[in-house]
Design a protein around this ligand. Sequence first.
Ligand code: DQA
Length: 145
Amino acid sequence: MKVLVINGPNLNFLGIREKNIYGTQDYDSLVQMIHRKAKADGHMVTCYQSNHEGDIIDRIQQAYYDGTQGIIINPGAFTHYSYAIRDALASVEIPKIELHISDVNTREPFRQISVVADVCQDRIIGKGLNGYLIAMDRLEKLVQG
Ligand code: DQA
């Protein structure tokens, strides 16, 4: 399976930002964790992080051309208001999983709104970085149909 993992704004600051919420592991160790699992399971994975809305949209559109079979996306704060990222996700007809490290449903009211949820096939929240590994297993099932 060819997978694209997208992390949005401030997720490059894992291990630095709000450690009580997002933990102490940094972004590089998340990427290593994902690559280890992909290797063990025989998947090809690309991890992409950007703090910029348009760059994330460009990367989602690129997935249409490059044979990506499934997307795991943590859009960060864009989750709560970016209709442009929502539209980009809706444009690519492959399985997509929305992911959040923290349990957004128990945080501030603005975090309880997701404008991308209904264009994704699954949603994983509040499982910490392990959520990305759970997402890879769930994505495999979705891709296999
Ligand atoms: C987040 C939750 C968002 O509300 C926040 O803006 C983030 C991270 C999470 O992974 O829990 O940047 O998506």
